[in-house]
Write a protein that binds this ligand. Sequence first.
Ligand code: GDG
Length: 516
Amino acid sequence: MRRSLAAGNTPQDPGLEESLRHRCEALQADFFSNRVLIIAANRGPVTFEITEDGSPRFQRGEGGLVTALIGLCRHTDATWIACARTEADATWQEGSVPLAHDGAIRVQFLSPDESAYEGYYNIIANPLLWFLQHSMWDIPRAPVIDRATWEAWEDGYVVVNRLFAEAIAAQVRATHRPTLVMLQDYHLYLVARFLRDGMRRRERPTVLHFIHIPWPGPEYWRILPPAMRQAILDGLCAVDVLGFQTREDGLDFIRTCQSHLPRAYVNYKKGRVWYRNHATHVRDFPISIDVEALRHLAESQEVAEYRSEIQDVVGDRQLIVRIDRIEPSKNIIRGFQAFEEMLELYPEHCEQVMFLALLVPSRMKVDEYQDYLDELMAAAGRINAKYGTSEWEPVRVLMGENYPRAVGALQLYDVLLVNAIADGMNLVAKEGPIANRRDGVLVLSERTGAREQLESGAIVISPCDVYATAEALHQALVMPPEERQERSERLRWLIQREDINAWLRCQLETIAELGL
Ligand code: GDG
């Protein structure tokens, strides 16, 4: 498995990012000099809409992942295959999309029929697999795997995964050049098997699959019926390089194969699973952020305006910030409870601190998410009713999609709370220290992937322990300035040296080293 970089000291090296970026560029150019790239993900890098004059217009997806992956298009012919999200996507279907500095990318949208998509996305991927992999099922009651779930599996998840495999195979056959296929995430667990079984040996591409969310141990996978569990493991064991966010996730995958795939041979030391005459190399590639792009945005006028609006609301109080999708795994309610507990334990913070929660609506069609939103609003309201005064609103919830506002808030925090009950990585924990201007303190759940890299600069908490989280919030708020500075320098250094470019570089280097 990938060697983890040692944490500890914090040398300042202004040329570090520059030299890492050049190294990455050179590697990409060399790697793709004789290869073609296919990316497959549930979401595409762009979304189309029809303008008033009837012509299609596209908007590029936000976030470091899209930026990093489409950055690869500068070096080779690249196609991104995804499910259509809008009618305009479906109408547009396939073609080349120009991208400012990155040349162009071919985008192909698949349009499974509505019920297949519903089963694949809204029943199997979210919630069944998402809840399972974030240890969120309330086992005595849920999940209930009934006929509808089985139909969603057979006629939805399997069908859509097969559709992806067929589209990829058609692209591979059309090129005649060695191809790297990069599959993303838990929506596409079966694709590699369909690809391997559907193509002759000499046609087959190299397949790398990166899983963005946690991989729990074998005991938890018993929640799934053996046929589903085995199909997933069988699919992933058709991949050449299987990437996880952390070393622990990779080890748990190997343990899961050992427990649930009777004919698999596993090698923990080499990070390898042999199954059906094929080796799957298991590695950890911790994802990160585009440090340069974030710094650039943080300098913008738009962010400055949001920052000053937030500053006006906070005044000279201290500020605790959290930024999350409205998502039960992010543990937002316990975060509020911890804040309440802190006010109870240390009343000197009353009127002196404000908790700002920036929450992005997510999966609102799933009942659990709607209920979660109601509960968290009730929790915030209760704290405000109990402690608030005419001068002081202890908790402020701002809802909606607004990334520049989120960056403005990150610049101002004294404490950033990331207390997820399970999280593949958590990019907010990496964005915070880069954007922040106050040497703010990171309070970080031990169950985020980010913990493996950032624990030496953060205050690490156990996410269900509301009492310890309250103590951590207090400790962060009263931390002496020298310690705040030392910790935030360390965090910045840890994040800078392994940014999104390093994430990509490690994947390409692994493939090159394995001679795939
Ligand atoms: C999954 C895994 C893994 C915030 N407000 C807005 C907005 N954001 C940005 C954040 C951050 C991103 O969205 C959220 O990333 P996370 O990593 O925190 O969480 P997930 O969405 O759950 O992502 C996770 C990640 O994949 C990558 O592998 O780290 O573990 O669960 O960058 O700053 N973005 C937009 N509008 C906002 O208002 N567009």
